[in-house]
Design a protein around this ligand. Structure first.
Ligand code: DHB
Ligand code: MG
Length: 253
């Protein structure tokens, strides 16, 4: 009824009647993601795009949920690690290790400590690390992050490991603020903390969804981060092959 006519731009048709537009699964988003991947991470790029696609394929055929970051956003994380010259990185929620490989390939001296609660996922991820030649850069901790992050905090306090330059949080959503707080505690000034899935198709501002545990956890995160004087943060909304979601990025003061 309100699709743009020939004379009308998409934007003006949208603003004339926003509610008539269904914003899920727009085919342009995946198409642009593919275009991006083919042109800006072509053969010869590091890591090998074919290998990265194989990791996603292997995760899929092993029955992992298809919720790894997209290639475009994996690469964005890698670029971000390079922008801040991150060497010590923590990942919360490893899944099949797809994002972990992106982070590890940011620099040959980058070290990634990744926490994964599922031992089968972790075992599969380790095969991916070997294939990508980054296994020596990655320390895998199979545990609940609610148990493991406090241990890592203690290790930093005891001088057994350095402070972190970057964290990527992409695990179960209800505990996001706890994960975030522990990461800030061990982050050096200027460190960057990225949290995945903070938009959830706009669910974070949809009252009908406020009681969903994932939405509740995400809103608790955003509320907590907003009041946290140790960090400055914003949300980047994202569309792509993984639909409509977003990253929260925080910089530690
Ligand atoms: C879900 C989790 C993710 O980390 C993600 O990127 C997408 C979806 C989920 O649990 O639904
Ligand atoms: Mg995610």
């Amino acid at each position: 009824m309100s699709a743009p006519g020939k004379e009308e731009s998409f934007n003006s048709a949208y603003w004339r009647n926003p509610r008539s537009f269904k914003f899920e699964d727009d085919p342009r988003w995946a198409a642009v993601d593919n275009y991006n991947w083919e042109h800006l991470h072509a053969a010869g790029s590091h890591p090998d795009p074919k290998l990265m696609d194989e990791i996603l394929e292997s995760s899929k055929s092993s029955g992992l949920p298809p919720i790894a970051v997209s290639p475009a956003h994996g690469k964005f994380l890698q670029l971000q690690a390079r922008m801040i010259q991150a060497r010590n990185i923590i990942e919360v929620g490893m899944l099949g290790g797809y994002s972990t490989v992106w982070l590890a390939t940011s620099h040959p001296d980058a070290k990634v400590t990744s926490i994964e609660i599922d031992a089968d996922f972790a075992a599969l991820a380790k095969t991916h690390f070997q294939k990508a030649g980054v296994d020596k850069q990655i320390e895998v901790r199979v545990a609940s992050a609610m148990d493991e992050l406090p241990r890592i905090v203690q290790e930093v306090k005891d001088g057994k490991r350095p402070k972190i330059d970057m964290a990527f949080i992409d695990a179960n959503k209800p505990n996001n603020l706890d994960y975030f707080n522990w990461c800030v505690e061990i982050a050096r000034p200027g460190a960057c903390i990225v949290v995945d899935n903070v938009v959830r198709m706009g669910g974070v501002v949809d009252e009908k969804r406020f009681e969903e545990p994932n939405i509740k956890g995400t809103r608790r995160l955003i509320d907590g981060v907003g009041k946290d004087k140790r960090v400055d943060a914003t949300i980047l909304q994202i569309v792509g092959g993984k639909n409509y979601d977003g990253f929260l990025t925080a910089v530690v003061r």
